[in-house]
Design a protein around this ligand. Structure first.
Ligand code: PEP
Ligand code: MN
Length: 337
């Protein structure tokens, strides 16, 4: 971090700042120029609140040269993290496909989809029980019953389950859930992230609708700062001026996140595009770009789905996509260590 001081800084304030930094284990290298004095701060600056320094009378400007996230940073943890979800490993060369309906609708539906996606090679089952819907009049999910039915589908197929949490008050229902999803709309629900940091359960953290990659990594940092290192990042498309697709898939997020962080990165082509016909090509692009996995919506009857039917693959189309993924995987981009 670099602190640029105003001309003729007050000595007492400068001494106070230097001592405060020193107490935090940060060493200060001072360069006195003709017009300006610059402080170079060396050490772990990730815990420094930049606004506190910026607010000082003697400070002209502050610039970070190091990322503000530490636990999620590859610089401090060069090896890929491998996240274990009920025995299924994601990251570090382990590629997994999470598949299932947007929402759990009935026992027949979730069990039929679970069996179909498993037969095609999916290793984890998704299904929403608590649904974040734009309209309060839309189907809100089966809630507790949805989780119960997911557990039933897991019992029948052996697939570990991934489902979204929307509020801390629901946490008691997630004991049998193998991976808790934090949806795009909750990416910056910091109280929720802090509480999930105290669990020892994998978290699937989706990128917010208008969030930068640094903001996504700072949200991962919230979870990891509590001691829970089992975080998987998910690029699911962001808001842009384009309206043809539901969101715009930021494919460069995959190599950028993998450069900046050791956490596994997966891609959700379903919410990124909103159209089932666009799911296979974007899924394959994600595989080629080096993603550690995919999360894909599959429904046995998309035309009658209670949520996100237009972007859901039929089991038959999912099977076809899985075979293309198998063929492409050997050619996927591998990041140089
Ligand atoms: C979902 O996965 O069902 C979902 C709601 O995704 P997102 O939070 O990315 O919109
Ligand atoms: Mn959905």
């Amino acid at each position: 971090m670099i602190v640029i001081l105003k001309q003729n800084p007050d000595k007492a304030q400068l001494d106070m700042l230097t001592k405060w930094l020193d107490d935090m284990g940060i060493s200060v290298h001072t360069t006195v120029g003709h017009l300006q004095t610059i402080l170079g701060l060396v050490g772990d600056t990730s815990k420094i609140d930049i606004d506190l320094i910026q607010a000082l009378d003697i400070v002209e400007d502050v610039k970070r040269v190091q990322e503000p996230f530490k636990n999620a940073n590859r610089k401090f943890h060069p090896d890929d993290t491998v996240v274990d979800v009920g025995g299924v490993k994601i990251g570090g060369g382990n590629f997994q496909v999470i598949a299932g309906p947007c929402s759990v609708e009935s026992e027949e539906q979730i069990c039929a989809v679970a069996k179909a996606v498993k037969a095609s090679g999916a290793t984890l089952l998704r299904g929403g029980a608590f649904k974040p819907r734009t309209s309060p009049y839309s189907f809100q999910g089966l809630r507790e019953d949805g989780i119960r039915l997911l557990v039933e589908a897991k019992r029948e197929t052996g697939l570990p389950i991934v489902t979204e949490i929307m509020d801390l008050s629901q946490l008691g229902l997630y004991d049998d859930v193998d991976m808790i999803q934090v949806g795009a709309r909750n990416m910056q629900n910091f109280e929720l992230l802090k509480e999930l940091g105290h669990l020892r359960k994998p978290i699937l953290l989706k990128r917010g609708l208008s969030s930068t990659l640094e903001e996504l990594l700072m949200s991962a940092e919230y979870i990891m700062a509590g001691g829970n290192e089992q975080v998987v990042l998910c690029e699911r498309g962001i808001r842009t001026f384009e309206t043809y697709t539901r969101n715009t898939l930021d494919i460069s997020a995959v190599p950028v996140l993998k450069d900046l962080s050791h956490l596994p990165v997966i891609v959700d082509p379903s919410h990124a595009t909103g159209k089932h016909s666009l799911v296979p090509p974007t899924a394959l692009a994600a595989v080629a770009a080096g993603a550690d996995g995919l999360i894909i919506e599959v429904h046995n009857d998309p035309a009658h789905a209670l949520c996100d039917g237009p972007q859901s693959l039929t089991p038959k189309n999912f099977e076809r996509l899985m075979r293309s993924i198998d063929a492409l995987r050997p050619y996927a981009y591998e990041r140089e260590a």
